[in-house]
Design a protein around this ligand. Sequence first.
Ligand SMILES: [Zn+2]
Length: 309
Amino acid sequence: MRRFIKEPISEVHEAIRALVDAADAHLERDFDTAAAKFEEANCPITWEWLNNAWTGVSKNVVFWNPESDSECVPKSQRDPDRAIKSSVKKAVLERDGYRCRYCGLPVVHADIRKIAHGLYPSAVPWNSRKPAEQHAAFQVCWLQYDHVKPHSHGGMSSLENVVISCALCNFGKDRFTLKQLDIEDPRLREPVPSDFDGLERLRGSGPPKIRTSPLSEENTRPKTPLAHKPRKTSESFFFPRAYVSAGYVNVPPVAGKARWFKIGSPVEAEIVERNGVQGCIVRCPREMIDRRGIDANEYLDRPASKPGP
Ligand SMILES: [Zn+2]
């Protein structure tokens, strides 16, 4: 396989849908649902889908020097504006909309992610230095401006040479040419019009200013109803065949849909066996089970009697 662009799997589409639902719930001031949906969008399978392809880009390229390809040009011949001017970005976004021109994934501006992180710091984790601590759906949807012809090959930072791209297509494409990657020039296809607004409707709904210092953050973040929730009592739920991986409990499909829980306050997990069935106990407030569309009563842990179905 030479192509670096991977077809998004169903979990990626579901994570993006959860992101959209989270934004809608937030604007309806249903902060609990918004937090739950942001958590759902932070899906470990989506995270792996992206991050596996993100690293080691060069292994996706087989023909380094395909015939009649453009070549690296000396620095003196490159566009001195490697960084794309904001006026060009604006025009590119107006033309392409919030959709990757290579693969069609919806994309979201980093500003919107910062707003979501400011509002829901635990449901939307983001550590700029550690991809492992970045929210999966916001990574996948990260709006990028990509030089179709690489800057190093003389590609200009112009409206003609820059397209909107998702994080995977931009970082996965790296410094390689379309020929080296064996992908079609996205400019040969018209941008596909879309209703997706890049969750821009969250602008203005965030805190007045996103603080980065933990000290000032503590004192100045506007109080959302999330901050005042009384602690809820945890109960134990047993999920047959559930397993723990990369800090998440993964629950096999219930009614055709897989679920996961991020381990950490208030979620605790323990691998156990109930009546000969290997599984995982998740200890958390009942609301977290309900929010995932699972009947909590069916999965209440009953160590002495028959486990739930
Ligand atoms: Zn893409």
